[in-house]
Design a protein around this ligand. Structure first.
Ligand SMILES: Cc1cc2nc3c(=O)[nH]c(=O)nc-3n(C[C@H](O)[C@H](O)[C@H](O)COP(=O)(O)O)c2cc1C
Length: 222
């Protein structure tokens, strides 16, 4: 594979926020997982564990998660960012506004933006969800290794025409997720990846995010 081909795959991948209901064949999901596990991890510990839902199991999870989001108390295993300031706040706002503009939510319309946010908990209509966890004892480096796995999963999926979105929002309700999936307390639930075939006609999929130039994040020495 050339860098141009790899860059094309990286550029074509984007976070999908509206899926068609048709399932992805199990052999394709297996191939995505088989490729994703190739990522490096410290000491080759491969700390990721993945629960993949399909069919009625995804629907059962979606219903329970929507109920939890309406009634539960946020308690993620991994603390969410304390704040976003400066350029990080700017970028966060830019991608939020791009989504809201795409789906027709006016700036300042809190009810409409909250409704769009709730789409996270219906998994954006995806037919599959992967729950990613890491051993508590490996701490932040286990989470870091799993981040690489999540990225590779999304790229391998894209290579097969399968759209995806990593979702920290799903990890909001830690105790509920541990109970629902029977995940022991010695594992940290990091995020979910909802995936399936994209609904190309949905406005939520009509925008793309920008990236900062090298001059904004690289410091050359020597
Ligand atoms: C760890 C992680 C968690 C994320 N959580 C959410 C989420 O809960 N909800 C959401 O809509 N997008 C979520 N995203 C998607 C990001 O918003 C998205 O990757 C970013 O805006 C860049 O856009 P792109 O993926 O389309 O290139 C998450 C991405 C990552 C890597």
């Amino acid at each position: 594979m050339t860098l141009t081909e790899l860059d094309d795959l990286l550029t074509r991948r984007h976070s999908c926020r509206a899926f068609r209901p048709d399932p992805v064949p199990k052999s394709d999901i297996e191939n995505i997982l088989t490729s994703a596990r190739r990522v490096p991890s410290w000491c080759n510990a491969q700390p990721w564990q993945v629960i993949v839902t399909s069919g009625t199991e995804t629907d059962r999870f979606r219903e329970a998660l929507l109920h939890e989001a309406a009634t539960g108390i946020p308690a993620p295993d991994l603390p969410f960012p304390a704040s976003y300031s400066g350029v990080y706040q700017d970028r966060r706002r830019a991608c939020g506004w791009a989504l809201y503009e795409s789906v027709g939510v006016e700036k300042g319309d809190r009810a409409a933006s909250a409704k769009q946010m709730m789409e996270n908990f219906s998994l954006f209509g995806a037919p599959h969800c992967a729950i990613i966890s890491s051993p508590r004892e490996l701490g932040p480096y286990g989470a870091m290794d799993c981040g690489g796995f999540v990225t590779a999963f999304t790229l391998a999926a894209q290579a097969l025409g399968v759209a995806s979105i990593p979702q920290a929002a799903v990890a909001t309700y830690g105790p509920f997720l541990h109970r629902f999936f029977d995940i022991p307390d010695d594992r940290l639930i990091l995020c979910a990846i909802s995936f399936g075939y994209p609904d190309h006609d949905h406005p939520a999929n009509a925008f793309r995010t920008e990236r900062a130039g090298l001059d904004e994040f690289v410091e050359w020495r020597g």
